[in-house]
Design a protein around this ligand. Structure first.
Ligand code: CP
Ligand code: NVA
Length: 319
């Protein structure tokens, strides 16, 4: 990263915790994405960059499985000069002692905590108990803001800008959809979420997005996937049963089948529409092999961009 890019981004940055996209102002979100682009270019050119986590430890506390988030945070911390610790899951978040006490212990040892848990409330309790810690949401039942950072960087790379663009999210109005809608609307894009009845984006989220949307951005909900993709620059989907909902998988499969992203649905979108998925994908359910393996799929760009955006986030939290 150039020193210029880093100091420009840092100057516009205030948060010490990242529990939600709504913790950022639009300009802080833009700063993070700008810095991520610059860090990505530096890494590709194998240029040395600043190591703001030198001498710092970051704890990774995960109550659910992860490939992308855990791996990219491990690499991000190390590339920024820091070290990770990974307390075992049975002692990490409230099994053996309260969440509050875990947080108060970690606050004495480490710079930050990256947490994947169930209810957002568990993350908030942790963050409230350790105000000195940089706390990052690595996915809760309700939100996945780190994913949205990578998704926005990918959208900007592919579509030049998010302002004025339309993203159709087809499927469950889940954690990934929530953070995506918040971030895209803050950057002036429009998100259309197509879901079956009972699985819509929560009304409270639609309401919150109206308060943060800028530049003509916003969110609308529909039950018709064909309607949603008709003007889409990007089509996004995610699993029908998220982690913790495995017991509902069969029931959800029946309900969500009309929402599969397949070649027939893609044919209803404008030419040039890209396909996005946070991964892991359940191939043959929410997306077919033909679509996820097609040239319009950018799913591995999204995965790569997890690293660059999280490096930028951690560098800004360390500033
Ligand atoms: N997209 C994502 O968060 O992947 P993991 O569950 O593997 O971390
Ligand atoms: N909605 C999914 C996202 C996984 C990255 C889940 O919560 O399991």
């Amino acid at each position: 990263m150039s020193l210029h890019a880093a100091s420009r981004a840092t100057a516009a940055w205030h948060p010490t915790q990242f529990l939600s996209i709504l913790d950022l102002t639009p300009s802080e979100l833009e700063s993070c994405l700008d810095l991520a682009r610059s860090m990505k270019a530096a890494r590709q050119a194998r240029r040395a960059h600043a190591t703001p986590l030198q001498g710092h430890h970051v704890a990774l506390l995960f109550e659910k499985p992860s490939l992308r988030t855990r791996s990219t945070f491990q690499i991000a911390v190390r590339e920024l000069g820091g070290e990770v610790i990974e307390p075992q899951s049975e002692v990490a978040l409230g099994g053996r002692e309260t969440i509050e006490d875990v947080a108060r212990n970690l606050e004495r040892w480490v710079f930050g905590a990256v947490i994947r848990t169930f209810a957002q409330d568990r993350l908030e309790r942790f963050a409230l108990s350790a105000p000195g810690l940089r706390v990052v949401n690595a996915l809760t039942n309700e939100e996945h803001p780190c994913q949205a950072l990578a998704d926005c960087l990918t959208l900007i790379e592919r579509l030049e800008t998010i302002e004025g663009r339309t993203v159709a999210f087809v499927g469950d109005g889940n954690n990934v959809a929530v953070s995506l809608a918040q971030a895209v609307a803050m950057l002036g894009g429009h998100v259309i979420v197509a879901s079956p009845s009972g699985f819509e984006l929560p009304a409270s989220v639609v309401e919150s997005v109206t308060h943060v949307a800028r530049l003509g951005g916003g969110v609308t909900v529909t039950s018709d996937p064909a309607d949603a993709v008709a003007s889409a620059d990007a089509i996004y989907t995610d699993v029908w049963a998220s982690m913790g909902q495995e017991g509902e998988a069969a029931e959800r499969r029946a309900i969500f089948t009309p929402y599969q992203v397949n070649t027939a649905l893609l044919a209803k979108a404008p030419a040039g529409t890209i396909f996005m998925h946070c991964l892991p994908a359940h191939r043959g359910e929410e997306v077919t092999d033909e679509v996820i393996d097609s040239p319009v799929s950018v799913v591995f760009d999204q995965s790569e961009n997890r690293l660059h955006t999280q490096k930028a986030l951690l560098a800004l939290l360390a500033a």
